[in-house]
Design a binder for this molecule. Structure first.
Ligand SMILES: [Zn+2]
Length: 294
């Protein structure tokens, strides 16, 4: 695999400017499987606002988001799971460290890509945990894959599964070279027209990325794993389980909440929760609408 730094120009200075220029892009979210999280840990039980959070197992969706841009084509935000998990909770990874997931028939990312006749131009990953990248195994490998710098150093393909092994070129965003967009910090204009943004939200992992789609339906902010569930945003408490740096994750979550409060027109999607499922009239498939929470 070849690694290349992705150089991006940002002609926008503020989010106001961005939101005044919505672009012709739409998003639909796919559930590619499920994972069991404990609520104590999905919310850091040591945080003063979450001291009484109960131990409760939650079965939550594993998601991938399809962005369709009328000019630039189709992209994925995360890859979710491939079909290996339908028969085997470990997705064929022979290791005691392999994560276990649940998957029903035709939930795999390859099914959605074929069914929707999506011709992928690139895949933007939030981070390198298996529930976000295992699906890469059944996606085209000769298209650009993008990840935040710092992710590869913490990735252990030998024990967690080498999901990226056939990817030809991995582009890394070095956020130390990307312009800050208050109040979020370094934010990269991925397609150059202000439609799709990669925002550095470290804590869950070192190079973790949240995404923002500035489409004609209004802007949508995808926290990815900076907030597992809406409760993280509502309570103002980040996760502690599966989290590389709990303090940093909390600081990042607080920045996101500030951002969401400044721009109440934003809709927000949490990393592992779906609200308001609605059937798409044309395709018959579920379309997941995202809620304002403030
Ligand atoms: Zn994760």
């Amino acid at each position: 695999m070849e690694k290349i730094d992705l150089n991006l120009e940002n002609k926008f200075k503020t989010w106001e400017e961005v939101f005044e220029n919505p672009r012709p892009a739409l998003v639909e979210s796919f559930q590619t499987g499920s994972v069991i999280l404990n609520k104590r840990g999905a919310l850091n039980p040591d945080h003063p606002l979450a001291l009484d959070v109960e131990s409760e197992n939650l079965e939550v969706p594993i998601l991938a988001h399809w962005v369709h841009h009328e000019i630039f084509g189709d992209f994925l935000l995360d890859a979710g799971l491939d079909a290996s998990y339908f028969q085997d909770p470990k997705g064929g990874i022979d290791s005691i460290h392999a994560d276990e997931f649940i998957q029903y028939k035709n939930q795999n990312i390859g099914f959605y890509i074929k069914d929707r006749k999506i011709s992928l131009k690139g895949v933007f990953l939030s981070h390198l945990h298996s529930d976000h990248i295992a699906g890469v195994r059944e996606l085209p490998h000769n298209i650009p894959y993008v990840v935040g710098k710092g992710e590869l150093d913490k990735y252990h393909p030998d024990i967690c599964g080498d999901f990226l092994k056939d990817v030809k070129t991995l582009y890394e965003i070095d956020f130390s070279k990307i312009n800050e967009m208050a109040p979020l910090g370094p934010s990269a204009d991925l397609l150059g027209d202000g439609s799709l943004w990669a925002i550095w939200t470290p804590g869950h992992t070192p190079g973790h990325i949240s995404y923002l789609l500035n489409g004609l339906d209004g802007p949508v902010f995808f926290t990815m794993d900076a907030a597992f569930i809406y409760e993280n945003l509502k309570q103002g408490v980040a996760s502690s389980d599966y989290t590389w740096n709990v303090k940093m994750a909390q600081k990042t979550l607080e920045k996101i909440i500030t951002f969401l409060k400044i721009y109440p027109q934003l809709r927000v999607g949490a990393g592992h929760e779906l609200l308001n499922q609605k059937k798409n009239k044309k395709t018959g498939y579920l379309r997941f609408l995202l809620n304002n929470i403030y």
